[in-house]
Design a protein around this ligand. Structure first.
Ligand code: KG4
Ligand code: ZN
Length: 359
């Protein structure tokens, strides 16, 4: 691919309204401008995201955020090569807002439209953010850990995904959020649990490590969440003391880290079976992406596992692990560069497994 490519991306699939412009030229990829509006305060009173509130808020703010992003970039509409939006999976009301906005821009400005799978956005972000001297080349092993997903995939290329394992019940981010709610740590749960865990004793509560030691790399978190509840209920009646909260959070986080590390061992073996070390086309990276990848204790643990198998653990910076539009613009850019665009009658999808992209 020669020349500079510049793509506008829009993200509205959950509770962040976001727009970003990314570009790739001879010097590599870069985020030119971005705007992100979190709806945290709108949803906090309900302890979770309310889809109807999310959709209305996206509708109220998206046009302004797109205009601000373009103004900050110093670019004009004519400088864009394509416009991309998350077309699923996600809360469908919000997804529709983003997709229709992007299609409107594409139509008005005669630009190609790209329907981005939100998970592909997470999956490819490490290729946007990592310095040129350590490029994340295909193939790589990906652990995608977010509020709605928990899976290992081999990323063979743009739009080329092989799923190795997934959760059989809750996603790991969901387990963090539910644990936080149970401990009275507020919403969103992941960062709150991580903060509380920093002051806690991870060995005080012996929590289960679901599926640890089993074959494959599937996950299960429902039992762990229930075990946290039972441990909390076994404490003296009354509100949880700060130290109890911290110890429960730390014990929970340690159990998650153990499970992820155990599952990663098996996933790495499966990855190496397909792309043998030392062979032509071997993979060199374990990438962790999605909101839970912002957790530094989990990153540290996975770094050790990866290193033991001569893989480099790479994670986007925390702000690009959680939902954002730069990842959508970047996935759009990678798809555009591969000659992949979508017709304007492409339908938004509430469910859209990543492997379905693989043609
Ligand atoms: O990728 P994301 O922003 O949205 C989805 O696509 O789901 O991920 C959000 C999830 C939430 O469950 C949130 O609690 C979790 O990521 N999360 C974390 C941390 N920051 C966000 N979990 C653990 N530790 C964190 N520091
Ligand atoms: Zn996400």
């Amino acid at each position: 691919m020669n020349g500079t490519l510049t793509v506008l991306g829009i993200e509205t699939s959950c509770d962040e309204t976001a727009a970003a412009i990314v570009t790739r030229d001879g010097k590599g990829p870069r985020i030119v401008a971005q705007r992100l509006l979190s709806q945290l305060d709108d949803h906090a009173p309900y302890g979770g995201v309310v889809p109807e509130i999310a959709a209305r808020s996206h509708l109220s703010h998206l046009d302004r955020l797109v205009a601000e992003t373009l103004a900050e970039s110093g670019l004009g509409w004519d400088d864009l090569d394509a416009v991309a939006a998350t077309a699923g999976p996600g809360l469908i009301g919000g997804v529709i807002v983003g997709v229709l906005t992007a299609k409107g821009i594409a139509l008005a400005r005669d630009l190609p439209f790209i329907a981005v799978n939100h998970l592909e956005g997470h999956a490819l972000t490490a290729r946007l953010t990592v310095a040129e001297d350590a490029p994340v080349d295909f193939p790589y092993l990906l652990l995608l850990v977010s509020g709605g997903h928990c899976q290992f995939l081999i990323v063979e290329g743009v739009g080329q995904y092989i799923r190795l394992g997934t959760t059989i019940d809750d996603a790991v981010g969901e387990a963090f959020d539910k644990t936080a709610k149970l401990l009275g740590l507020g919403y969103p749960g992941g960062p709150a649990v991580e903060r509380a865990a920093a002051a806690g004793n991870a060995t005080r509560f012996p929590l289960p490590r679901p599926l640890k030691g089993r074959d494959g790399c599937d996950f299960s978190f429902a039992g762990l969440k229930t075990a946290v509840r039972h441990a909390a209920e076994a404490l003296p009646p009354g509100p949880l003391k700060p130290q109890d909260m911290a110890d429960l959070a730390a014990s929970f986080q340690a159990a998650v880290a153990d499970v992820l590390a155990d599952r990663a061992e098996n996933a790495i073996a499966m990855f190496h079976a397909k792309h043998a070390p030392g062979s032509n086309g071997q993979g060199t990276h374990l990438v962790v992406a999605g909101g839970v990848a912002a957790n530094s204790a989990l990153r540290a643990r996975l770094t050790d596992v990866a290193a033991a198998h001569n893989l480099t653990l790479t994670a986007p910076p925390p702000a690009l692990c959680t939902d954002n539009a730069a990842m959508i613009a970047w996935a759009g850019l990678e798809r555009f560069a591969a000659g992949l665009t979508d017709p304007l009658d492409t339908a938004p999808r509430p469910r859209w497994p990543l492997e379905e992209l693989t043609g």
